[in-house]
Design a protein around this ligand. Structure first.
Ligand code: CA
Length: 221
C-alpha cells in the first residue's frame, strides 16, 4: 500500500522510507508542511506518517487543513514530544494514532497496517478470496493451502486486487499503487508482474479487459 511520509529530518525520513519499503509499502516522502499539503491534495495515499515539528507549516496545521477538507485518510503522528498534552492535542486534531520517537520500524509498519485495515472496516488482517489467502501482517500468500513466494510488487498488486474484487483498475491506478514518486516504471512492467501472478497462482486470478483495465473476479475457484 502507498503511504506518505512527512518528516524534515533527512536521516530519519530516509530510514522510514527504506524501512517501509522493506515491509512492502510504497512510501513517498516530503520534508515540509507546505509540500505535505500539496501532496495530500493531489495524490492518493492509504495512510500518512506525520511529524509534528516541520518547516513552513506545522504538522498539526497540516492535519487541521486535511480534516477541514473532509479528508479522512488515516494519520499516524510521529513526535519527539511525549507529554500527555501533546498526544491529546494530536488526537483531538484528528490523528488516528501516534508513535513517540525513537520507535521501532516494525511497530510503525504494523500500526499503519492496522489503521488502513480499520479504515476499510475489517477487524482481521487476512484477505480471503476463494482458496486464495493473503495476510498483510505476515506477508504470506497461500493458494489452495500452498504457500506462494511473491516479490514485493507482485504482493502489492495482489493485495490491491483482493481488497476490491470485481473492481476494474486502469493501468494508471495500478501503477500508482506500485510506484512511488521518482521510481522508474518500465513500459511493460505491470504486464510482467501480472504474468508472474498468473503463473504462480493460476491464469484466471486477474483478468485483462482489453482497452479497459484489469480485474480480479469476485469469486475464485
Ligand atoms: Ca521534525
Amino acid at each position: 500500500m502507498r503511504v506518505l511520509v512527512v518528516e524534515d529530518d533527512a536521516l530519519l525520513g530516509d530510514a522510514i522510507q527504506a524501512g517501509l519499503r522493506q515491509q512492502d509499502f510504497v512510501a513517498d516522502w516530503v520534508r515540509d508542511g507546505v509540500a505535505a499539503d500539496l501532496a495530500l491534495e493531489t495524490a492518493t495515499h492509504a495512510a500518512v506518517v506525520l511529524d509534528l515539528g516541520l518547516p513552513r507549516r506545522s504538522g498539526l496545521e497540516v492535519l487541521a487543513r486535511l480534516r477541514a477538507r473532509k479528508d479522512c485518510v488515516p494519520v499516524l503522528i510521529l513526535t519527539a514530544r511525549d507529554t500527555v498534552e501533546d498526544r491529546i492535542g494530536g488526537l483531538d486534531a484528528g490523528a488516528d494514532d501516534y508513535l513517540v520517537k525513537p520507535f521501532d520500524m516494525g511497530e510503525l509498519a504494523a500500526r499503519l497496517r492496522a489503521l488502513v485495515r480499520r479504515g476499510a472496516g475489517s477487524a482481521t488482517s487476512a484477505l480471503e478470496v476463494g482458496a486464495l489467502v493473503l495476510d498483510p501482517a505476515t506477508r504470506e500468500v497461500t493458494w489452495r493451502g500452498e504457500a506462494k513466494a511473491l516479490s514485493r510488487r507482485e504482493f502489492t498488486l495482489l493485495h490491491a486486487f483482493m481488497a476490491e474484487t470485481g473492481r476494474v483498475f486502469t493501468r494508471e491506478q495500478l501503477e500508482e499503487k506500485l510506484y512511488g514518486w521518482g521510481e522508474e516504471i518500465g513500459s511493460n512492467a505491470l504486464e510482467v508482474h501480472l504474468h508472474h501472478l498468473r503463473r504462480k497462482i493460476f491464469p484466471g486470478v486477474v483478468q485483462t479487459l482489453r482497452g479497459v483495465g484489469y480485474v480480479m473476479p469476485k469469486e475464485l475457484p
